[in-house]
Design a protein around this ligand. Structure first.
Ligand SMILES: [Zn+2]
Length: 972
């Protein structure tokens, strides 16, 4: 058993003692600056976090070995509601949270009171997270660690916001924001359960008339007002007559609070059950049509006004609900006459090529949906919406809008109705319900005097597109997501009234929130080490200090005078920033594209000149636990530090990295980690044997099989290096670990019989240690501790973490040698398969290599195939041009028929190799391999040529021989 933990501890200590991951300015040496999002210290890490951070570390380690001066720093994000909300839940004794802390994360009960205070919690998890990162072996420069409430960081954020404001990127006003009524704060993705970004949509409220009152029907498709056949109210929920900004409205009781949050003046006059209006009539303000008010259980009183118009021709829900109702026996209880409902037909107002008059009806029937509770209705609705939006045209029954594409009509109808007072608008979350971490359902609030970063600024968006166009996005598929988010972003509330963090420098009653104070902090890492060393008083770090260090505005002497720093220290900070900036790579889970990652681009383009904009973003998928999303409710979360204890950091790292290619969700399981650990253990044992015996000197020239091993090694170096350049780590691991190990196993089998020969043994050991040397280096970014241990045993004095990544040696790739070896492999497999299938026990195995004349035909077939003109007729014709072959036309024809198809099916690569190889002495090759076959098959082996007159070949077996495919005969 390998004692992972003690090996890991040993090397973590050595790395730290020698400070090998501490990156300083090194003039003339190329640098690589990589960061990953700093964590919120409000919970321990679980193995899901392990993937993103581990990939960043693998990237950092790989580039360090490629000769870069790599900076990989880490800090902790104390700011905002994530810590605050967690302490609040804990204080309130939230059962689920307490259980998670105690049972999943094994936090001691006596620690809990300390965690009820924001600073107590942050400090506790800060330490916990940091320990986990160290135990994973991340190659972080810990001298640059900070928290976002450090005074110097606060000054830095103040400087950033002054720059933003001066650049015109900050606005103030009334804007809709996602809001938690429980916390009294704006909410973003990081504040909600399940990390959902609250998405705000503007609904059109069409003012249908009911007597003197208004029934404001909420819709995202105002253009369909011409197809309304009836209204829907939910008979079982409470509605209210209310004066809304002076107008008499009828809305759901649930919408009252929301309307107030949107700054409408609301006075409720009377509350009643929806059923009271069922069967009554309302009037469509656009068509003047009188329509029935009908009952519908699908109407959600919590969605906008709870009043819905029905357009069955174009809205699948409406169609299905109407059809359901036609057969409903309870109609009479609402005072409705069944015939009156049955008479309602869908109205067609949009034409879509390829569909009937009513696309909604088509789609519902196609999917076979019959119930309004069918969850597929959601999907059908989206489809019809998109279909009509992109391909639909308004029909003649829509008056002045007839002939317009739906895309345009939608806006025209809306703005006309607004102008004529026939409609108004209401903000609502389009992805509701969204819940705050505190448990309250989030709503939309129109906040007055709120401060915003104006990500809606079109000129600014152009800059960000410019940045995006020039940067590398890994994987490429994510680029379009960024394009979309850049265009879609709008004003973002950037400050709150509560929480930890930096106060807004021009209005101290606001605290800058956590997605706004984490956009350019990568710059801060480059100087924080010097700030700590000089012990400068943070109070003195004025804007002019940061403007000089980051933008070169002003002079070092002036700044030195103001801050009390030495001018040379100030200059040093500027030099260090200029050396490490721009940021070369930003890693993150892809979930952060809609906010953090895109905000980072926006803020960099606003603050820094173009040459300092970020160069690369790497986004990765999630980690699934045995196929399921990790969640507290399923109880399948494994805390990172517990996993390290269970499996060891190296096996954990390797299984996380090998589980999936970058964008896919990686499926982790304890079984996977265990089998990875076992595989690593086998590797380690074999490697240590080779390592202990040392490099040594070759015992003579290389045999073909040695050349084969070194050639395979280079092929894997090529494959792994190419994969690493694109961060396709799964592919890399397969090449440098699994496939290379397989090659090694084959090599060891092939030379097993020669190891008693001292000279051969010296050469074999030399080959093995060369392979190991290369393999350990390639494996080091993934399992660094284990590799250091082997590397040291091999007699190396420097760390493998600092060794050079293997160079690809093209001259050692011998494709012909590989091709011949794969033939030997094929022979062995063929015999093994026969023995396995027939169950016979071999007395003796005969291989018959093809006669010379067959090789002639084979070569012609290869040539023809390369030229793309291989068919049996041509092959026979071409062959018979040969003087010798001419004498045996029948045999030629038979054989040509046999091989034409084989050769045509040959992969391009093999075809090329075989053409280069030409005719070779197959008999000699196999004869040399005979001892190996005998050892593997535990029986006698004889190799003969088909053309040998003294051949022993019962049943004419030898006639089946083909080039590269010797015939086989097994004697029992
Ligand atoms: Zn809340």
């Amino acid at each position: 058993m390998v004692d992972w933990i003690s090996i890991e501890k040993k090397w973590q200590k050595r790395w730290e003692e020698e400070g090998i991951f501490e990156a300083d300015l090194q003039p003339g040496k190329k640098k690589f600056y990589v960061t990953v999002a700093y964590p919120y210290p409000n919970a321990p890490q679980h193995i899901g976090h392990g993937r993103t951070y581990c990939l960043t570390d693998v990237h950092a380690r790989y580039l360090r070995m490629r000769g870069y001066n790599v900076l990989f720093p880490m800090a902790f994000h104390y700011t905002g509601t994530p810590v605050l909300a967690m302490t609040k839940r804990l204080k309130e004794g939230d059962k689920e949270l307490v259980e998670t802390f105690l049972d999943v994360y094994k936090i001691k009960r006596e620690e809990l009171p300390k965690l009820e205070e924001p600073m107590g919690m942050a400090a506790y998890f800060h330490e916990e997270l940091k320990q986990g990162m160290k135990e994973m072996g991340y190659s972080i420069d810990w001298r640059r660690e900070f928290t976002t409430i450090d005074p110097a960081y606060n000054r830095f954020i103040e400087w950033q916001f002054h720059r933003l404001r001066r650049g015109g990127f900050i606005t103030q006003g009334s804007h809709p924001v996602g809001w938690c009524p429980g916390c009294g704060n704006p909410v973003g993705q990081h504040d909600t359960k399940g990390d959902v970004e609250p998405e705000i949509a503007e609904f059109t409220l069409i003012k249908f008339e009911y007597g003197d009152h208004i029934l404001p029907a909420a819709t995202l498709r105002p253009e369909t007002v011409f197809g309304v056949t009836n209204m829907w109210l939910n008979p079982t929920v409470e509605y209210a007559y209310a004066k809304v900004d002076g107008e008499p409205w009828i809305v759901s009781q649930k919408s009252i609070e929301k309307l107030k949050m949107l700054n409408r003046k609301v006075e409720v006059e009377r509350v009643f059950k929806g059923e009271q209006l069922i069967g009554k009539k309302a009037k469509n303000p656009m068509t003047g049509n009188e329509i029935l008010i009908l009952p519908a259980s699908f109407v959600d009183p919590g969605n906008a006004t709870g009043v819905v118009m029905s357009v069955p021709g174009h809205a699948p829900y409406d169609y299905v609900a109407l059809e359901n109702l036609k057969g409903d026996s309870s109609l009479r209880s609402f005072g409705l006459r069944p015939n009156e409902v049955k008479a309602i037909d869908p109205i067609s107002l949009i034409e879509v090529p390829g569909y009937s008059e009513w696309p909604a009806v088509d789609e519902v029937k196609k999917k076979g949906v019959t119930e309004q509770t069918d969850p597929r209705l959601e999907e059908v609705t989206r489809e019809v919406y998109s279909l009509e939006f992109h391909n639909g045209r308004m029909k003649s029954n829509t008056g002045q809008y007839a002939g317009l594409p739906v895309q345009k009509a939608k806006d025209y109808v809306k703005s006309d109705m607004l102008k004529e007072g026939k409609a108004t608008t209401m903000y609502e979350l389009s992805n509701r319900p969204v819940y705050c971490r505190c448990g309250s359902e989030c709503i939309v609030k129109l906040v007055e005097n709120q401060w915003f970063i104006n990500y809606g600024d079109l000129k600014w968006k152009r800059l960000v597109h410019e940045n995006l166009d020039e940067m590398e996005i890994i994987p490429k598929e994510l680029r379009s997501e960024f394009e979309y988010v850049i265009d879609w972003l709008n004003e973002k509330a950037c400050a709150r009234k509560a929480g930890l963090g930096t106060s807004l420098p021009w209005d101290r009653s606001w605290i800058i929130e956590s997605l706004s104070d984490s956009t350019i902090y990568m710059a801060f890492y480059t100087i924080v080490k010097e700030l700590k060393r000089t012990g400068v008083d943070a109070e003195k770090l004025s804007d002019s200090f940061f403007s000089y260090v980051f933008l070169g505005i002003g002079s070092a002497n002036e700044v030195a005078e103001k801050t009390g720093l030495k001018a040379e220290d100030v200059r040093m900070m500027r030099r260090e920033f200029r050396y490490f900036y721009p940021l070369d790579s930003r890693h993150s889970a892809r979930e952060l594209i809609p906010n953090h990652l895109t905000f980072m681009l926006f803020n960099h383009t606003a603050i820094f000149p173009k040459k300092l904009w970020p160069r690369q973003i790497v986004g990765n998928g999630m980690v699934l636990m045995e196929g399921e999303k990790m969640s507290k409710s399923i109880g399948n979360i494994i805390p990172l530090r517990e996993a390290i204890e269970m499996f060891g950091a190296d096996p954990l790292r390797l299984s996380l990295m090998a589980a999936a290619e970058i964008l896919k969700d990686g499926d982790f399981s304890p079984a996977l980690a265990k089998s990875t650990a076992e595989g690593l253990e086998r590797f380690y044992q074999g490697a240590m044997e080779v390592a202990k015996r040392g490099h040594g000197k070759r015992g003579g020239s290389l045999e073909k099989i040695d050349q084969w091993m070194l050639s395979r090694l280079q092929s894997q170096v090529w494959e792994a290096t190419g994969a690493m350049e694109e961060l396709m780590v799964r592919r890399a691991i397969h090449a440098l670990f699994y496939n290379l190990n397989q090659d090694l196993q084959w090599y060891l089998r092939r030379v097993a019989g020669e190891r008693n020969n001292k000279r051969r043994e010296r050469t074999i050991q030399w080959v093995l240690s060369r392979v190991l040397d290369t393999q350990v280096k390639m494996l080091a970014p993934f399992t660094p501790h284990l590799c250091e241990e082997i590397w040291e045993t091999m007699g190396n004095k420097v760390f493998v973490s600092l060794a050079a990544w293997p160079e690809f040696r093209v001259e050692e790739v011998l494709t012909d040698v590989e091709e011949l070896e794969s033939m030997i492999n094929g022979c062995l497999e063929d015999v093994s398969n026969i023995l396995k299938v027939t169950g016979i026990k071999a007395g003796k195995v005969y291989f018959y290599t093809a006669a010379d004349w067959k090789w002639k035909i084979y070569q012609k077939a290869l040539t023809l195939s390369k030229a793309g003109s291989l068919d049996v007729g041509t092959l026979i014709r071409e062959s018979l041009k040969d003087e010798d072959l001419k004498k045996m036309p029948e045999a030629v024809a038979t054989f040509a028929r046999e091989i034409a198809e084989d050769v045509r099916k040959l992969p391009e690569e093999s075809l090329g190799k075989r053409l280069t190889l030409g005719t070779f002495n197959e008999l000699e090759l196999l004869t040399k391999a005979a001892p190996f076959f005998e050892a593997e098959l535990a029986t006698q082996v004889s190799v003969q040529n088909e053309g040998d007159p003294a051949i022993h070949a019962p049943e004419g077996r030898a006639r089946r021989a083909k080039p590269y495919k010797p015939a086989i005969y097994i004697e029992t």
